[in-house]
Design a protein around this ligand. Structure first.
Ligand SMILES: O=C(O)CCC(=O)CC(=O)O
Length: 259
């Protein structure tokens, strides 16, 4: 792992430079960190260089003060690419990472080869829900929402067969800095790409979870209707599809980027 001091923050990242032609950048979901992609690295590393980073306020990245915006998180990615002198990438983001991906697709098209938007939507949830979550976490901490989080993130079948793995993801969740988590909640609350998403020109793969109640398959359908050069794949998962159906997820990425 390395840390990089950028214009406005310090980001933690891991760059596996396998000297391949293409690089794929992974952007984590709310309350996770770059280790959420561990199951993708082995297979994908045979084909691509892999750059993973902790979203601002998460993992070992700095939790700067004040509310964040998706624009800020998108610019963090551009600063990171500039610092590492990487011109063009394939970008894969899940949930809030998918909002960052949409922002990049709209505002930084020339930095993208292909875009993968997972378990996300043009808008996630509503203002009231996010404000309630912010207040709850401010008052009672992340432990107070851990059981609801597990229910949204994984199907009951997956939890019963993979208890250790789920516990480890949730251990990362409760270690997320409260300030970073709620600042990112504000970024999600304020994001709405309904009117801009059709400007995305990069070929785009949308991955939705058929059992995802946070960002539904309908949200994925809407993205596909609006983004001109896009396709949609559904996996039988809840919100964290890349962990719940890791191999299927990884194969979708390889096929999409290589073709
Ligand atoms: O996962 C995200 O990045 C945002 C959506 C969300 O809050 C998922 C959840 O915890 O329910």
């Amino acid at each position: 792992m390395s840390k990089i001091k950028m214009q406005n923050t310090v980001l933690n990242y891991v760059f596996d430079d396998f000297k391949k032609q293409h690089t794929i950048v992974f952007s984590n979901s709310l309350g996770t960190d770059l280790t959420m992609w561990d199951k993708q690295v082995e297979l994908l590393g045979k084909e691509f260089n892999i750059l993973r980073y902790d979203t601002r306020g998460h993992g070992k990245s700095e939790a700067t003060e004040g509310e964040y915006s998706i624009e800020m998180l998108g610019n963090d990615v551009l600063d990171l690419l500039d610092s590492l002198k990487i011109e063009k990438v394939n970008f894969c983001g899940l949930s809030i990472g998918g909002l960052t991906g949409q922002w990049l697709g709209i505002h930084a098209s020339k930095r993208l080869n292909k875009l993968i938007l997972c378990n996300t939507g043009v808008k996630i949830g509503n203002k009231e829900g996010w404000n309630t979550r912010i207040e709850t976490v401010q008052k009672n901490g992340l432990d107070s929402i851990v059981s609801g989080t597990q229910e949204r993130w994984f199907t009951t079948e997956f939890v019963s067969e993979n208890k250790g793995e789920v516990d480890s993801v949730l251990a990362t969740f409760v270690q997320t800095p409260v300030a970073g988590y709620i600042s990112c909640c504000a970024a999600v609350r304020d994001a709405n790409f309904t009117d801009e998403v059709s400007k995305i020109l990069a070929p785009t793969l949308i991955i939705s979870g058929t059992e995802d109640l946070v960002t539904t398959i309908k949200d994925g359908d809407f993205l596909m209707e609006k983004i001109p050069n896009s396709i949609l794949a559904g996996l039988k998962t809840a919100h964290i599809s890349n962990i719940e159906k890791a191999d299927d997820f990884t194969k979708l990425l390889i096929e999409f980027i290589k073709n």
